[in-house]
Design a protein around this ligand. Structure first.
Ligand SMILES: [Zn+2]
Length: 128
């Protein structure tokens, strides 16, 4: 992807993972050394919450921490798809067209995370 943010992936260190191709915005997590939070492009899908037009945000996401530090649910320890409902209402309504748009964005994000290469392979191979 060519829409990476300026400064993206600027902080480099042998302890930090490399970025997957879908990553557009990174942050180095100071609380867990050797961890980089990768975030892909956010796709917005329109919906309705009963009172207002709202949006769903969908993006590939990966809290990429060293294997020894991983203790969360597997879905959070591996590349995954994030969905944010930008509404205070827990229930939304989608037109068929909006539902298909959401499905397309979920599929695209799932395809991106499925294609995530090993982000620590170079470190392992280069360190021996
Ligand atoms: Zn990244």
């Amino acid at each position: 992807m060519n829409n990476r943010q300026p400064g993206h992936d600027a902080e480099r260190s042998p302890a930090l993972p490399t970025c997957p191709p879908w990553c557009t915005t990174c942050s180095v997590e100071e609380d867990v050394p050797g961890t980089r939070h990768h975030r892909g492009t956010t796709a917005l899908v329109n919906a309705h919450d009963g009172g207002h037009d709202v949006q769903l945000a969908v993006w590939p996401d990966y809290f990429d921490m060293p294997a020894v530090r991983r203790a969360g649910p597997p879905v959070l320890d591996e590349p995954h798809v994030r969905v944010e409902l930008r509404s205070p209402d827990p229930e939304i309504a989608l037109t068929p067209e909006q539902a298909r748009a959401l499905a397309r964005q979920l599929n695209a994000a799932a395809d991106a995370v499925d294609a995530t290469p090993g982000t620590r392979a170079a470190l392992t191979l280069g360190g021996r």
